[in-house]
Design a protein around this ligand. Structure first.
Ligand code: PMV
Length: 326
């Protein structure tokens, strides 16, 4: 075993959430910041394996009864790792996990911390794993957190590239445009429970299937148009797709007063597009700005409109410094 570390990015669903649950395409990008990291270090050989979630200040020792809450995905991840790699020592190491990704707000915090943890485990114990196998393992932890997730979070975070995703199908990796994308995220400060919002939408659809299905189909079409615009670096068209998508998300009842306030603030200062991201009913709003100056204006507008936090970011792999300079 060697000292090892693993990292993973946050993500934004730029287009297509909720509709993706019903088989339509969605488009997600990994973000340059914020991210999660895990460190695996050796300890005395007699000591049990310890998992430490630094942000929550909670620890769990392997061998104790299965934990509840935030620790459960990690205990399952480690059990599954030990089962698949039976030569791994069952004592004498510690896994510490840290994340700067706000929780429960559509940025994929759960999938990111689990991905960082598994990368650290793989590196420490010399396990070679394909991105697809990484994504599949993380999907299991996503199911613990979110019930029946579409799988978009674990896919984009494990693959680390923009993806056009369809539930149950092979994903398509989408090349990022040469020109940097100026993304701004504003957090309403309201933590959403993906399971609850998805279940509310499912119930509402039962009562009005025709209406909901045609909205989902429209979201799917908007997503495909938006992806073409993304590939070409056509910010205005992509921003328009985000706005159109937001209109449909509001129509299915997953927007909120706080989300709408942040969106209006971003559009008022010139954002090319803005929408909720993830499950909605709180969580984060993502805006696309035309330039780094425009992004700073949107960030300040988010804060003035009541965002708990707001930050400028870009796509993982695109030089974020260049995003700020250009
Ligand atoms: O809020 P998040 O990051 O859990 O994203 C939810 C996205 C949904 O499309 C609403 C659900 C899903 O499983 O894809």
């Amino acid at each position: 075993m060697r000292i090892a570390s693993g990292r993973a990015p946050s993500k934004l669903i730029l287009l297509g959430e909720h509709a993706v649950v019903y088989g339509h395409p969605a488009f997600a990008v990994p973000l340059a910041v914020p991210g999660a990291e895990a460190q695996l270090a050796g300890a005395d050989r007699c000591e049990p394996v310890v998992v430490h979630l630094e942000d929550f200040k909670i620890r769990w020792e392997f061998g104790l009864p299965e934990p509840a809450g935030e620790l459960l995905p990690f205990s399952r991840l480690i059990s599954s790792f030990l089962k698949s790699n039976p030569k791994t020592p069952k004592t004498g190491w510690r896994l510490s996990i840290r994340s700067r990704i706000p929780i429960g707000c559509g940025l994929g915090s759960g999938a990111a911390v689990a991905t960082a943890a598994l990368r650290a485990l793989d590196e420490a114990f010399g396990v070679e794993r394909s991105p697809k196998s990484l994504s599949d393992e993380i999907y299991k932890t996503e199911k613990i957190l979110h019930g029946t997730p579409s799988g978009i979070d674990n896919t984009v975070i494990a693959i680390g590239r923009p993806v056009l995703f369809r539930k149950g199908k092979e994903f398509e990796s989408v090349p990022a445009p040469n020109s940097p994308l100026h993304l701004v995220v504003g957090d309403t400060g309201i933590r959403h429970q993906t399971v609850e919002v998805v279940s509310d939408v499912r119930n509402a659809r039962k009562a009005a299937a025709g209406r909901y299905d045609s909205i989902f189909a429209e979201i799917g079409e908007i997503t495909l148009k938006g992806v073409q615009a993304f590939k070409k670096g056509a910010g205005r068209t992509l921003g328009k797709a985000m706005n159109e998508n937001q209109g449909r998300l509001a129509a299915i009842g997953v927007s909120s007063r706080e989300i709408d306030a942040l969106i209006s603030a971003a559009l008022d200062v010139g954002a090319l597009g803005a929408k909720l991201c993830g499950a909605g009913r709180g969580g984060c709003v993502a805006a696309l700005a035309e330039s780094s100056e425009g992004a700073e204006r949107v960030k300040e507008a988010f804060k003035a409109a009541g965002a708990k936090t707001a930050f400028v970011t870009g796509i993982l792999g695109q030089d974020i410094e260049a995003c700020a300079r250009s």
